[in-house]
Design a binder for this molecule. Structure first.
Ligand code: NZQ
Ligand code: ZN
Length: 384
């Protein structure tokens, strides 16, 4: 296990009715920028609930709305402008990962003199951010409890993740009931995203980080168990609650600290979104089984066999055979969840494979199995 410094400073209020804790925002001042997406929070009544509580606290509310999935830099710039013009004290994101990510970079951009895109490209330039609060409405990214934000500039086909401890939310409200209205498509995609985050951390070359590995296997089991339940019964509280808490735990550092590894499926997927604006979790569901098949070899079979035996209960003494069974189960699972199986299914052909692979290869340095540009092209081709 590697050395690490544990730091997960986000206060979580988890469960039914926890939105009442929005009253705590007054500890950070009285001017809040409320960030949200295309309107799902209004339909679900969360917007009204939130505004009522904030008004009871005499908060002055400014709004940044219409934040799109795969949030765009234009929304960030608009939010930063609002913050600077109105001396905003804090940001409150109500939504999924896109809204929270956008709010995070707005919060950082409000404390920076240049263009906020600089902070996406050069994370170390984030020296400060306004306090960030969130109310989560979709279980997927874990943005509610992590330091990351992913922003796109479609004019350049760029989608990059940035990260800073300053962007870890100060407080997040996780009410599983708020995810009852998430569509089947987004529920499946969100679950695939959670699975990918866990796998990205789990497939590491750091040896004997058993706490992290066994924890990760438990989290994976939750996804495989509760994903289909949430699809069939959208208002099953236990399914939604377990997915929600699993999403946060998958990426908040708990299974990563001490077992650090570069992620590689995410950089490959971010290129697909940068060029085609596809749903992040769908891209991951398409690529993950192909990445697993590519990464499986005599040296890595032991790890895939652990995955197969401890997550899928595969009984097979031969590592390679067990590994293959585990990968087959994974592919079958994504199919059962109604997720797309091929790049063609989401309208992607091979036109940009070379350029996407080149860009992704930079991000994959230091991953479990090193991937060259050519390797990535071959994974894309297998997924066509
Ligand atoms: O815009 P609204 O109207 O809110 O609708 C959204 C959106 O259309 C809808 N939705 C959200 N909550 C809902 C709901 N619909 C009904 N009921 C609800 N309760 O779902 C759609 C997708 O929302 P989005 O926020 O885009 O989804 P997700 O949470 O999957 O976020 C995806 C983004 O996060 C990035 C991805 O790349 C992508 O840009 N990621 C962020 C990470 C992080 N910050 O740590 C890590 C991830 O790996 C990921 O890259
Ligand atoms: Zn992800």
């Amino acid at each position: 296990m590697n050395n690490f410094t544990y730091s997960i400073p986000t206060k979580i209020h988890f469960g039914k009715g926890q939105i009442s804790h929005l009253s705590e925002l007054s500890e950070s001042g009285n001017k809040v920028l409320l960030c949200y997406g295309g309107g799902s929070i209004k339909k679900a009544g969360i917007y009204d609930e939130a505004v009522k509580i904030l008004k009871e606290e005499d908060m002055e509310i400014f709004e940044l709305s219409g934040i799109a999935p795969n949030p765009k830099i234009e929304s960030v710039r608009e939010g930063v402008k609002l913050c600077k013009e109105n001396s905003i004290d804090m940001v409150l994101a109500i939504g999924g990962g896109s809204v929270i990510d956008c709010a995070k970079v707005v919060a950082a951009g409000a404390c920076y003199d240049g263009d906020p895109w600089d902070l996406v490209i050069t994370p170390r330039w984030i020296k400060k951010a306004l306090p960030i609060y969130s109310v989560l409405t979709l279980s997927a990214t874990g943005s509610e409890m992590d330091k990351f934000a992913v922003i796109s500039d479609m004019s350049k086909n760029e989608k990059w993740g940035t990260a800073s401890d300053h962007m870890k939310p100060k407080m997040s409200i996780l009410d599983p009931e708020y995810t009852y209205s998430v569509s089947k498509k987004q529920t499946a995609a969100g679950t695939a995203d959670i699975i990918s985050h866990i796998c990205e951390n789990y497939f590491t070359n750091v040896k004997n980080a058993d706490v992290q590995a066994r924890f990760a296997e438990g989290l994976l089991k939750n996804c495989f168990k509760y994903g289909p339940v949430a699809l069939e019964e959208p208002d099953n509280y236990d399914a939604r609650a377990n997915l929600m808490w699993t999403a946060s735990m998958a990426i908040n550092g708990m299974i990563q600290y001490g077992a650090e590894v570069a992620w590689c499926v995410h950089p490959m997927e971010h290129e697909l979104s940068a060029f085609y604006d596809i749903t992040h979790g769908e891209g991951l569901a398409i690529l993950t089984p192909h990445w697993m098949e590519f990464a499986l070899n005599d040296d890595t079979a032991y790890k895939f066999a652990d995955y197969a035996r401890n997550v899928w209960d595969v009984v097979n003494d031969d590592d390679m055979a067990a590994a293959k069974e585990g990968i087959a189960y994974t592919r079958e699972y994504f199919k059962k969840m109604g997720l797309p199986q091929t790049l063609t299914d989401v309208g992607i052909d091979k036109e940009y494979f070379d350029i996407m692979a080149q860009k992704a290869a930079d991000g994959c340095k230091g991953s479990f199995v090193p991937l060259s540009k050519e390797d990535i092209v071959s994974i894309y081709e297998a997924a066509l």
